[in-house]
Design a protein around this ligand. Structure first.
Ligand code: AMP
Length: 214
């Protein structure tokens, strides 16, 4: 494609990217929440959007199927970031990556006595790095969703998950015991695209940078 393709996921990232796109003079012609289209045009003939699963955004950009994308730091850590240029923290879709346990699980005591705990998470890489840095031995169990269920049914002692308001933890009698890192979404750009399509990408990058909210 001669123009540029931006990979986005539905939901929070799409919603919070709209004002940034507007700042770059880009308006999508369809809403992915109501349309089943996976390729969405914009008011600009040289800009299109592709709607992908959040965890796939870095992959589309890495291989150049999309020139740019917007992905959470959590997703980028798990992907590894190969082939991606990450010029901007857009400060959108903010939350935190945390360790949480059942209210009746004494995490501090388990850590103190060096117990080998079972941790369920979608964020295996970030979790492994976190516990390794603490010198803790953990058995990681990879899940793809609803991590909150794992400690409730005895699958794991703890979870590593994203927390925003804390309502999901609260509703499931879980408590946060460690804050691993703040998370927000970043703009990622294919390294070859940045060189070959700089005249198209640079103005979008600058408009996004100017529209970032603190
Ligand atoms: P909350 O109840 O507001 O703390 O939200 C927690 C739930 O929403 C968890 O299941 C998280 O995995 C998910 N979540 C929260 N923030 C984000 C985010 N920025 N990106 C993706 N998932 C999120």
């Amino acid at each position: 494609m001669n123009g540029i393709t931006l990979a986005l996921s539905k939901g929070r990232i799409f919603e919070e990217t709209l004002p940034l796109l507007a700042a770059a003079g880009i308006t999508p012609t369809d809403n992915p929440e109501t349309s089943r289209k996976l390729i969405i045009g914009t008011n600009r003939p040289d800009v299109r959007l592709v709607i992908v699963r959040a965890t796939d955004t870095p992959t589309y950009v890495q291989y150049g199927a999309a020139d740019m994308g917007i992905a959470g730091k959590d997703t980028l850590i798990e992907h590894g970031g190969a082939g991606l240029y990450q010029p901007l923290d857009l400060n959108i879709a903010k939350c935190r990556l945390c360790v949480a346990v059942r209210k009746d699980f004494d995490y501090a005591a388990a850590v103190k006595r060096g117990a080998r705990i079972r941790v369920a998470t979608k964020y295996v890489k970030a979790a492994r790095e976190h516990f390794a840095a603490k010198g803790m031995h953990v058995d990681l169990i990879k899940l793809y969703g609803s991590m909150e269920l794992a400690p409730l049914v005895g699958l794991a002692d703890a979870i590593v998950d994203l927390v925003s308001t804390g309502n999901t933890l609260k509703a499931n009698n879980l408590i946060e015991v460690e804050d691993i890192m703040p998370i927000s979404s970043r703009l990622v750009v294919n390294q070859a695209s940045l060189k070959l399509k700089r005249e198209l990408i640079q103005p979008v990058l600058e408009a996004f940078a100017g529209a970032i909210k603190p």
